[in-house]
Design a protein. Structure first.
Length: 322
């Protein structure tokens, strides 16, 4: 009897988008407490192309070959022994294994059942696949780390991106006054999502117009125009800067302490319970998800090129199966 196989996008070396290539590999088998999910769509995140090139979380994956991707929306095909929370046929979404193992750019994935939950009913699989990594990053930073509550002033850098547009909505839902940085053409859209103030970073220095902020969600980092360091100037005493792309350097942390504020970095963790809460917010209409474009699985390299150009509104997604 032949071993079941599946389509996937793999890379056999680090490099540019051209290293991504279609392959046929063995279909995984779920272990006890795991589920096998038939992937309908896979989200693309900046960490994907950074890891493809040898940075990002490449250290967690080891040397190629490997299949990239952590954002999954699909249907449970098989459940392992001991799984009671999900059933065959359930439509689910999740962020399996991040950052230790990838594999979303494929027709099937396996992971612990607790890393999945039922997808938002209001979303298609393409839309749901845009949520897990970006949504968990935004929710965990805003709600679990910063403990944003009513009356807080929150500044979100790169507010129009995948994480940013969700962070704006989560902070607003929790009662914050939300300020975002984005190009002018994104301002009307971000205002509709709940942003109270917006700064076009191509026209103004945000530190000249923004003050007395409780929390800065920095999705840009110090690698671009010293955004993190400049953000320390807008925090009120005791305020918090959370940096995502590269991690807060010891120098940044020291500068923050000198100014009576705090700075740190955050790496998202798989969490089915938080994804359930996010699904509730989406189904209630409190939060919307933006997908800018959908690419066929075999066009993953093209999708990476598009993502790396920047200026994306929301997320890019791979279509894997009907």
């Amino acid at each position: 009897m032949s071993t079941p196989t599946m389509r996937a996008i793999s890379q056999d070396r680090f490099g540019g988008p051209e290293v991504l290539r279609p392959v046929t590999v063995e279909r995984p088998v779920p272990l006890p407490t795991e589920v096998l999910v038939r992937v309908r769509a896979a989200g693309i995140n900046p960490v994907d192309w950074k890891t493809r090139a040898g940075s990002g979380v490449a250290g967690s994956l080891g040397e190629p070959p490997f299949v990239l991707g952590w954002d999954v929306s699909g249907v449970v095909e098989e459940v392992g022994f001991g799984v009671h929370t999900l059933e065959v046929g359930d439509e689910v979404y999740g962020m399996p294994w991040f950052p230790r193992q990838a594999g979303a750019y494929a027709e099937y994935v396996t992971a612990p059942a607790r890393q999945f939950t039922r997808k938002p009913r209001a979303l298609s699989h393409h839309e749901a696949a845009a949520v897990p990594l970006a949504g968990l990053t935004a929710w965990q930073m805003v709600a679990d780390v910063a403990h944003v509550t009513a009356g807080h002033r929150v500044l979100v850098h790169a507010a129009a991106g995948g994480v940013g547009h969700l962070a704006v909505q989560f902070a607003k839902h929790l009662g914050a006054h939300v300020i975002g940085t984005a190009r002018a053409e994104k301002h009307d859209w971000l205002s509709a999502l709940g942003a109270d103030e917006l700064v076009d970073y191509t026209k103004a220095r945000f530190e000249d117009v923004v003050h007395d902020v409780d929390v800065v969600i920095d999705l840009v980092g110090d690698g671009h125009d010293h955004t993190s360091t400049r953000s320390l100037d807008v925090l009120r005493p005791g305020g918090l800067l959370i940096e995502v792309p590269s991690g807060a350097s010891p120098e940044l942390v020291a500068r923050a302490q000198e100014r009576g504020v705090r700075a740190g970095s955050y790496l998202v963790e798989p969490d089915g319970h938080s994804l359930t809460r996010i699904a509730q917010l989406i189904d209630s209409g409190a939060v919307t998800v933006e997908v800018e474009d959908v690419f066929d699985l075999e066009k993953a390299a093209e999708a990476h090129r598009r993502g790396q150009e920047g200026r994306t509104r929301g997320k890019l997604v791979l279509h894997v199966a009907p």
